[in-house]
Design a protein around this ligand. Sequence first.
Ligand code: NOJ
Ligand code: CA
Length: 513
Amino acid sequence: MPKWLDNAVFYEIYPQSFLDTNADGIGDFQGIINKLDYIRDLGFNAIWMNPCFLSPFGDAGYDVADYYTAAPRYGTNEDLKRLFAEAHRRGIHVLLDLVPGHTSVEHPWFRESMKPERNAFTDRYVWTDSVWEAPESMGCLRAVSQRDGSCAVNFFTCQPSLNYGYYNRTRPWQQSPEDEGPKATLEAMMDVMRFWLTMGCDGFRVDMAMSLVKNDPDGLGTIALWQKVFSVLEREFPEAAMVSEWGEPEKSLRGGFHMDFLLHFGPSHYNDLFRCEEPFFSDRGLGDASAFVERYLESREKAGKDGLICIPSGNHDMVRLAKHVEGDQKKLAFTFLLTMPGAPFVYYGDEIGMRYVENLTSVEGGFDRTGARSPMQWDSCVNAGFSAAPKEKLYIPQDPAADRPTAAQQLTDPDSLLNLVKQLISLRQAHPALQNRGGITFVSKGEPKQALAYEREQDGEKLLVAINPFREAVEFSYTGKLTEPVFTFGGKAFQNGERITLPSVSAGIYKLG
Ligand code: NOJ
Ligand code: CA
């Protein structure tokens, strides 16, 4: 278990949209390097970057054409290596995005695999043995070459499924994870990991980590596969950190992942908090966090004490936090996000409350995700300081609103969301109880018009976090004794014996007597 995860706080960077330094309208590695001080000064000590490898960008880079080469639009492998070094110099770890489930149709492995003559890549992808039979999957590619068979796709049709075998096999073309083809696929992916870890990256966010072994309803085959990967990684790269896009910590952490995300899909009730018509973080008091809390506690119980369950502020696949969480509610949402166990992940721009840009035409397979991927708003210069390219050349159009938030403006405003995020990260680093591995006990589960309150505890320190998004004061019972607050927003809690009253739209973190 990499020790550095004990207090890691992550910032997710969508490289296309972060900072463009050569005026081509697309963000680049140099842009990320230029902003490492900004990231460090906010208190982040880790970064996850979305895929930055050679790709036709049919799915924003999640369709890799060469796992070993940086996409030229971002820079070279040398630039990426420099990015790792510059980040490390500032105490920042960097995770790359590994896409093991599929490649682009342009990947040379797929080109070889399409050939009718048997070769080293024939079994690299999931193919049926007749073009008239389709695999049961997201869809398939048929008659794309003279190979007689259909190839399963893992996501979009430009993303053929790499072959890690089938857990339940019912057709002759379905291979076992122990067959030569699937074993070679896994070995090839291990080599990709070795290459970047040796170059200086600190681990990976793993795309669709649950999708590798097919016909695997309970995930048992995929869990076993990851256990194999981790037995090698732990030996060769014990400091490498791995976070899965899985959304079911009880499975992913059993597979050996150090962290798993709660996501907008899956059983976690994550959307109840920030992404639905009546989210918990709203002053209307109609939202309900209790199903989330119940499910979270179950996952923690089943996942064991070592794995980290990570609750992101958002990511490149869902609408921005600011779409449903309004005004000061964003501050309450961040109080929650930055005081929960697990490693926090903040999606670039969420720290300033960037809006979801409505009604955009899809860019690079973004579809309705495009509005959550618009270029970072740095300052009030042209293109919000993102790029010196003409506005029409920007990767994605920016929020057109005159009052769009910017980092520069919020840095100078002591009451800004950005400064609250900064303050909370610094508190998290100052208090072991608030850090990634600390314990949690809920004392109020955020039912409609109720507070969300929980004790955090580690190394003999215990704190109470209490949040009330509702527009009226709320009460809950609590047997502990609050002493001084280490943080408040919107007013202080009032304790009368075993009753605590929280002012409307407020949050606080309290020491206990
Ligand atoms: C999940 C990624 O986050 C998403 O952006 C991508 O489209 C799919 N996986 C396919 O790789
Ligand atoms: Ca650029």
